[in-house]
Design a protein around this ligand. Structure first.
Ligand code: PLP
Length: 403
């Protein structure tokens, strides 16, 4: 019997596939190879200057100590002002918990609500961490498949059919990573009605709420009436809208009893999120918002460029995809290339092999759809410059052409 033994839960826990794909690309870069890396799920912009200044001012003002475990009340109030200003929704600070990024917020929600024997409904394709974090609690992820034809939207009927007496939570991500799907208000409301009728709490991961493209709208899940808001747990944060991934500030907004339980959990696990980042987040939420829109416009240009290129590849190589309404990912099906001669004479049989071969042959890094519960698909993040996108897409096209 070895002295060090992993717990059963950790033995089966997989590392984050997106971070693993990024690590592979980094390893190749370290060998001096130029890699066109489209794995990363973060804005390439720098954090706006006024937010950086607020962080420096916070340090100088001595805000370098522990704060309340669940975050400073000033930031909680800023989050409440944000929801009122943006969506006309009224919350009080006891309904807000500040955590170390929205990923931490999601972990808090799942750990607080779920355990062995419980079921959590997750539409697929889903963000890599969802099913792993559910499984870590001993609960069972119940995956509801969606199709490209429906724009990767889970219908209210599909949701209703997946509910059992053991259902404890629905995890809904709109706009969605990896598909870019932005649910319409009508689609969300239909799901909300089922949630109320069947008494299923909803974790609404709205981290991409500010990254919505022409033709799509964002609608906050808590905005369909009090009965819906009473079972909604909103998760969002500053990472994507304000280009603040490294600062690690996310939040949960929901019924005060759940927030209190999560605060207890967080007080035992991590204590407060970074004090300086919390002050920076206040500046992000309360300060000028022009940079948010400027980044969105830039993302939309890239999205349109990528869609044009993929459209051209659709007829030539049989790749298929749905248009992303939000977020910054193109999610496309490459299964028509399986079994064919690709660049360097490589032959692949699934999306994971496709990504490995593409990286080795063309030095382009994508994330396999297998990681998101979507076999045959790959994810390309367009959170990078148009120049890099152009070269990378040229290389993908050459690879598909067998060059
Ligand atoms: C990026 C992302 C998050 C979390 O981001 P944090 O940096 O932890 O705030 C949560 N959900 C989805 C779907 C994401 O893509």
């Amino acid at each position: 019997m070895p002295a060090v033994r992993l717990s059963p839960a950790l033995k089966t826990l997989k590392p984050s596939a997106t971070l693993a794909a990024a690590a592979k690309a980094k390893a190749l870069k370290a060998q001096g190879v130029t890699v066109y890396d489209f794995t990363l799920g973060e804005p390439d912009f720098t954090t706006p200057e006024h937010i950086q200044q607020a962080a420096m001012a916070a340090m100088k003002a001595g805000h370098t100590h522990y704060t309340a475990a669940g975050g400073i009340v000033e930031l909680k109030q800023a989050v409440c002002r944000y929801y009122e200003r943006e969506y006309g929704l009224k919350f009080d600070s006891p309904q807000v918990l500040i955590s170390n990024g929205a990923k931490h917020s999601i972990h808090n929600v799942i750990t607080t609500l779920c355990g062995p024997g419980d079921e959590v409904i997750i539409p697929t394709p889903y963000w890599v961490s969802y099913s792993e974090l559910v499984a870590l609690t001993g609960a069972t992820p119940v995956l509801v498949p969606t199709t490209e034809a429906s724009g990767f939207v889970m219908s209210a009927e599909q949701f209703a059919a997946a509910v059992t007496p053991y259902t404890r939570l629905l995890m809904l991500n709109s706009p969605c990573n990896p598909t870019g799907t932005a649910y319409s208000a009508a689609q969300l409301e239909a799901i909300a009605r089922v949630a109320v009728e069947k008494k299923v709490p909803v974790l609404a991961d709205e981290i991409y709420e500010k990254l919505i493209y022409t033709g799509s709208q964002f609608r906050c899940f808590a905005s369909f009436g009090k009965d819906v808001a009473d079972l909604t747990i909103l998760v969002s944060g500053v990472s994507k809208a304000y280009a603040m991934t490294g600062w690690r500030i996310g939040w949960t907004v929901g019924p005060a009893e759940i927030i209190k339980a999560m605060d207890n959990l967080q007080s035992q696990e991590t204590s407060n999120p970074c004090s300086i980042s919390q002050y920076a987040a206040i500046a992000a939420l309360d300060g000028p918002q022009e940079s948010v829109e400027a980044m969105r416009v830039e993302f939309e240009k890239r999205r349109n460029y990528v869609m044009g290129r993929l459209e051209a590849m659709r007829s030539k190589y049989g790749i298929t995809f749905a248009q992303p309404g939000g977020a910054f990912y193109a999610f496309f099906n490459v299964s028509a290339s399986f079994g064919k001669n690709l660049g360097g004479g490589k032959v692949v049989h699934n999306a994971t092999e496709f990504c490995t071969a593409l990286l080795e042959q063309a030095h382009v890094a994508l994330v396999t759809g297998d990681a998101f519960g979507a076999p045959g698909y790959v994810r390309l993040s367009f959170a990078t410059s148009l120049d890099i996108l152009e070269t990378g897409l040229n290389r993908i096209e050459a690879f598909l052409a067998g060059v």
